[in-house]
Design a binder for this molecule. Structure first.
Ligand SMILES: [Zn+2]
Length: 382
């Protein structure tokens, strides 16, 4: 784990309350207010204190930046529907009742979330900070002409494209419970960016993709890595599978920058997924990414999915504590008033899984790891 008190990790937290104010609608699982809870918890716990740590407000992404991945026609549509002009055409761009409702201020909210990630990338690329965290980013499903899975603009692709244009090689690691399909799509034929997605198998969960056999095309062949896991995957099975695949590939690729999408919808309390991680299991993974980010010297981190509000606030506050090298206390600060949930950062131990089910979950993970090694490791001398 990184340790700021010893090494002085310069860490930026990209945030303003503006990011938490928009709403997808009361019945929608994506609640931007979770970003405010996360920030308030990190602040109350003292994770934002210290000379090497700064909270920096985001700026909106420019139209030119949005066009690094999205069609100008789509960008114009997002703007127009966000202003309440509905023509019926919005359905063709993925908007409508359901996952991607159109709402007032949508363009501004999503430009700001994307701009936060562009800023995080600038802060790290310039050497001002070793790590920058934009919890509002990580909207990994958005496609060039289509909103998907609550995502309007694909900030990871936009920021990584800008880094690649500056000559940098990037590893993107996505630990969201859902496959990082939009980001994979953005770099499927590139050998400058390795995308690694660890997720619940598409056989059981949206968006249905992310099989081990999706390894990239052309120059990008071998640079797209997918590690699908079964429903009920717990901390232990997750950790062993992650360790077998992610660190060796990153070290073999030797990136200039590590970019991570830290979705926390793998949590056992998440209402729309089926994995069984705890906040501690999530944070252990973030600590491994911190080690890898430390090795390459530049680490950009974003949020992503996460629909159990207490788990989001606790898990992402813990993630930033890891980035900034802060000790995580056992109890939440008394002054913190967040969503209902445990008053400790770590979760109480989960109910033990039925042994037969656990064997199946383990076998599923072992199969994915073995297939992936066969398909991709030799290319990197592993
Ligand atoms: Zn997700």
């Amino acid at each position: 784990m990184s340790n700021a008190s010893a090494g002085g990790a310069r860490a930026a937290y990209v945030y303003s309350d503006q990011l938490a104010r928009h709403s997808y609608g009361d019945a929608h699982p994506m609640k931007p207010i979770r970003l405010q809870y996360t920030f308030e918890l990190a602040r109350a716990a003292g994770f934002l204190n210290g000379g090497d740590i700064q909270v920096i407000a985001p700026r909106p992404a420019t139209l030119e930046e949005l066009a690094l991945f999205h069609d100008p026609e789509y960008i114009a549509q997002v703007k127009s529907i966000g202003e309440g002009r509905f023509t019926g055409e919005e359905i063709a761009y993925g908007f409508g009742p359901g996952d991607n409702p159109a709402y007032p201020g949508m363009f501004e909210a999503h430009s700001l979330a994307s701009g936060g990630t562009m800023l995080a990338a600038e802060l790290v690329a310039s050497g001002r900070f070793q790590v920058a965290f934009n919890p509002a980013g990580g909207l990994h499903h958005a496609l060039p002409r289509r909103a998907s899975g609550f995502c309007v603009f694909n900030d990871p692709v936009l920021a990584i494209r800008k880094l690649v244009a500056q000559g940098m090689r990037v590893v993107y690691v996505d630990i969201d419970c859902h496959h990082g399909d939009g980001v994979q799509h953005g770099f499927y034929d590139s050998d400058q960016v390795m995308t690694i997605s660890v997720h619940e198998s598409g056989r059981f969960l949206f968006p249905g993709t992310g099989d081990v056999t999706e390894i990239g095309v052309g120059r990008g062949e071998g640079y797209s890595i997918n590690l699908p896991l079964a429903p009920y995957t717990d901390d232990l099975i997750y950790a062993a599978s992650f360790d077998a695949i992610v660190p060796p590939l990153i070290r073999a690729f030797k990136p200039d920058v590590l970019f991570t999408q830290l979705g926390i919808d793998t949590h056992m309390g998440d209402p729309i997924t089926h994995m069984r991680l705890s906040t501690q299991g999530f944070t252990d993974t973030v600590a491994k990414l911190a080690q890898l980010g430390g090795e390459c010297g530049r680490w950009i981190a974003t949020g992503g999915g996460g629909y159990d509000m207490s788990a989001v606030a606790r898990g992402w506050a813990m993630a930033f504590a890891v980035m900034a090298g802060k000790q995580i206390p056992s109890r939440l600060p008394e002054s913190y008033r967040g969503p209902d949930g445990p008053r400790t950062f770590a979760d109480a131990p989960d109910m033990p899984l039925n042994p037969d089910i656990r064997r199946e979950v383990q076998a599923f993970a072992d199969r994915s790891v073995e297939d992936l090694r066969k398909l991709t490791f030799r290319r990197f001398g592993l």
